[in-house]
Ligand binder design. Structure first.
Ligand code: NAP
Length: 233
């Protein structure tokens, strides 16, 4: 399978980019996507190796099959893209909520649909959710619901895509990710105090967990929290 590619949707930044970098450094053919083709291509050049970049917008699911048309055989498909939506019920932004639901649920599924003929029997799909699923906060109604739906989606995809494997990874706040690395210190300390390991999880640990879910041929249908024990507190 080593000649088959690793596709990371949302691979231009953050956790997806770290996973892409890992496999590029292993000499794998890697395809990363972001919203803009030119910036995805620039990011692919920075990652190096046999990495190339594609532009696609998950919130426009009808366009995805065409955008992915020149991707060849795929061994690992990682779905990590996100547009964050802080959206309270009181001040509900219907367009933002609809966009998030579309990109993460319909868009992710449409990518799997488009690539399905190119996913070998031994292929694996990894979906990124998040622990807003279990720990809601004011403004997280859509994010919490979407990440809950990822949990369910894993189960149905396992059934529909068999014998290919499908798993999801639900990180707590990843302290050194671009999204959080510059958070105010008081917020950081409050989060650390609620994390039994005494620190936030790292991008390297997320990559390690991603590899486990993608590469271990017995792991299927798992929704793995990568949270340092956060849910125990
Ligand atoms: N970071 C954390 O601490 C954390 C915690 C819990 C869960 N997660 C989950 O882990 C995943 C990765 O998070 P992250 O923080 O690493 O993300 P990030 O740094 O914000 O990167 C988001 C990625 O998604 C792409 N993207 C955004 N909107 C898109 C769209 N409409 N269509 C296609 N691609 C789009 C971006 O590409 P361009 O900008 O190039 O368009 C970028 O590659 C997400 O699913 C997130 O919910 C992360």
């Amino acid at each position: 399978m080593a000649d088959k590619s690793v596709v990371v949707v949302g691979g231009t930044r953050g956790l997806g980019r770290e996973v892409a970098q890992f496999y590029a450094d292993q000499g794998r053919d890697v395809v990363i996507t972001g919203r803009e083709a030119s910036s995805a291509e620039g990011c692919a050049a920075e990652i190096g190796g046999a990495t190339r970049g594609l532009g696609l917008d998950l919130a426009e699911p009808h366009t995805l099959a065409e955008r992915l048309s020149d991707v060849g055989e795929v061994e690992y498909l990682v779905l990590a893209a996100i547009e964050r939506d802080s959206n309270s019920v009181k001040d509900y932004d219907i367009a933002a909520a609809t966009r998030l639901v579309t990109l993460k649920l319909v868009g992710y599924t449409a990518v799997v649909h488009a690539l399905l003929p190119r996913l070998a029997d031994e292929a694996a799909v990894l979906i990124f959710g998040g622990l807003a699923r279990d720990r809601p906060y004011p403004g997280s109604t859509t994010v919490t619901a979407v990440n809950g739906a990822v949990t369910s989606m894993v189960r149905t995809l396992v059934v529909e895509l068999a014998p290919r494997r499908v798993n999801a990874l639900h990180p707590a706040i990843v302290g050194d990710s671009p999204q959080w690395k510059d958070m105010p210190d008081d917020r950081y300390q409050a989060l650390v105090q609620r994390t039994p390991i005494g620190r936030l999880v790292t991008m390297a640990e997320v990559v390690d967990a991603s590899r486990f879910l993608l590469e271990n041929g017995s792991i299927n249908g798992i929704n793995l929290a990568v949270d340092g024990g956060w849910l125990c507190m």
